[in-house]
Design a protein around this ligand. Structure first.
Ligand code: MRU
Length: 347
């Protein structure tokens, strides 16, 4: 057994402000931003100071606390109406991850039930959302690790760890748990162009927690599988629709197709807050398009030929039938489909 390492907390409530680890600067420097209002929280989500579906939801929940503090000071009678605008601003910050809307709806319900100063109750709710996420990650870690045989090697994509969640991680939480159980020979992380969440964030996070990691370029994944170097590809999700389609970082669906071809397991790890029963299938999801500069440049230097343009969707849709296992905090669903997923539908 290895030690259970989980040292990073990217989202911190200081007592009167929100402290976010600025993920744009990693791994070169470890900087924190201190935020005191909803406008700067929405900007931090939009500009990828904080990213990853659960982390965005938790951040937005603390953003509502900051907004309510400001609005209640401005108008102890009319703060609820003013807060609506802040919640709309936060909801629009990034469209694809359902955890954002999920957390904001929860905060909105809480705000509706308060009398007098709303801050203590809202802070309690935001802390609860944060704590529940870490707890869910620990449970998913145990469920997912149980699927992995001893002496396995795995490939992960994007960053799904403490940086992308309240702590511990989803797919990376499964890898942490499997590593702690001594089951893993090697962890491969794919670079994840264009933003390089794999090489910048996952590699940083794993090395901080002393879990050895080997990077591959995204286009090496097929050859890695063909050489039987991995038994599982393990990813997170930004949204799972009612039929089991998985919306996740662009490139995920290519990995799932290759897994099926090379008979490698494809595991998706996502808390119930990532399930969206309001949408029938992945085709209905609003896929975020990001700036073409992310593709045309590398570390702020133009690498593409002058005159070339770029198409830069941030996420793609993996059809449910390519998913071998969906791991949530409530257990494992093998070959997820609409009927099996319906069991997890909230009442
Ligand atoms: O654009 P990002 O970095 O926010 O994309 C993140 C992902 O695609 C993650 O896989 C997903 O949010 C799950 S994180 C636990």
């Amino acid at each position: 057994m290895q030690e259970d390492s989980d040292s990073i907390r990217a989202i911190q409530w200081t007592g009167d402000s929100l402290r976010l680890l600025d993920q744009r600067d990693l791994p070169a420097s470890v900087n924190y931003l201190e935020l005191v209002d909803a406008v700067s929280v929405a900007a931090a989500i939009r500009d990828m100071v904080v990213r990853g579906a659960p982390a965005i939801g938790i951040t937005a929940a603390y953003g509502v606390v900051l907004a309510a503090r400001q609005r209640y000071a401005e108008s102890p009678q009319g703060w609820q109406g003013l807060l609506e605008g802040d919640i709309r601003l936060l909801t629009a910050a990034r469209p694809t991850a359902v955890n954002l809307a999920w957390a904001l709806q929860r905060m909105q319900r809480c705000a509706a039930g308060t009398e007098g100063d709303p801050v203590p109750l809202l802070l309690e709710e935001a802390r609860q959302i944060h704590a529940e996420d870490i707890d869910a990650n620990r449970q998913m870690g145990a469920h997912g690790a149980a699927l992995i045989d001893a002496n396995s090697s795995v490939l992960t994509y994007c960053n799904t760890g403490s940086l992308a969640t309240g702590g511990y991680g989803t797919a990376l939480g499964v890898i942490r748990s499997a590593w702690a159980a001594g089951k893993l020979q090697q962890v491969y992380a794919s670079e994840t162009r264009p933003w390089l969440q794999g090489s910048r964030l996952t590699a940083w996070e794993l090395t901080c927690d002393r879990i050895p990691v080997t990077l591959i370029t995204d286009n090496a994944a097929g050859f890695l599988m063909q050489n039987r170097r991995v038994q599982w590809v393990i990813t997170g999700a930004d949204r799972v629709t009612a039929n089991g389609d998985v919306i996740n970082k662009i490139g995920t669906s290519s990995l799932a197709v290759m897994c099926r071809h090379y008979d490698v397991g494809f595991m998706v790890v996502a808390p119930c807050s990532t399930l969206d029963f309001s949408l029938d299938s992945g085709a209905q999801v609003n896929i975020e398009q990001r700036s073409e500069d992310e593709v045309l440049t590398l570390a702020d230097h133009r690498i593409a030929a002058a005159g070339a343009s770029a198409w830069n969707p941030a996420f793609d849709i993996t059809p449910a039938d390519l998913v071998d296992c969906l791991v949530t905090e409530r257990g494992v669903i093998r070959a997820p489909d609409r009927a099996k997923l319906a069991v997890l539908k909230p009442d």
